[in-house]
Design a protein around this ligand. Structure first.
Ligand SMILES: CSCCC(=O)C(=O)O
Length: 133
């Protein structure tokens, strides 16, 4: 099972609706502000749907629809953001290796170690990151 194989020891459920989430509006705003994390972001969708936007090598947004049954793993250091879609509801399982840290670091973060490692891994895989202009 992926959880065991990858050591995802921590798990909780995030029911993204105004009744269950404190500071709902603010949280959604923060999710949609472009950021990175120091660790992988692992989400499994149980109900509803939404969009994860990630940056490609040329710094363009790629929009990823996530719906019930989908698993998404974002590498540490990748610029991303999240938004609900018109269904206005999502229930996500959050997985983490060890004690969870959800801290977002808003762009720009070019000196953040996770960002540097991510860029390095992209280059090693043969990618050519293009400078934004
Ligand atoms: C709704 S979970 C995804 C939002 C996000 O990017 C985060 O956890 O920081």
């Amino acid at each position: 099972m992926i959880r065991q194989a990858r050591g995802y020891s921590y798990m909780d459920l995030l029911d993204l609706c105004p009744e269950k989430v404190e500071n709902y509006e603010q949280k959604l705003k923060n999710f949609y502000t472009e950021h990175i994390h120091a660790d992988e972001e692992i989400r499994y969708c149980l109900e509803g749907s939404g969009y994860f936007d990630v940056r490609d090598k040329a710094d363009r947004w790629i929009r990823i629809l996530i719906k019930a049954g989908d698993l998404i793993v974002l590498p540490a250091g990748i610029y991303h953001r999240f938004t609900l879609d018109t269904s206005n509801y999502i229930k996500l399982m959050r997985l983490f290796v060890g004690e969870p840290v959800w801290t977002p670091f808003n762009r720009p973060q070019e000196d953040h170690p996770a960002r540097k490692d991510y860029i390095k891994s992209v280059i090693e895989k043969g990618g050519l990151p293009v400078k934004a202009h």
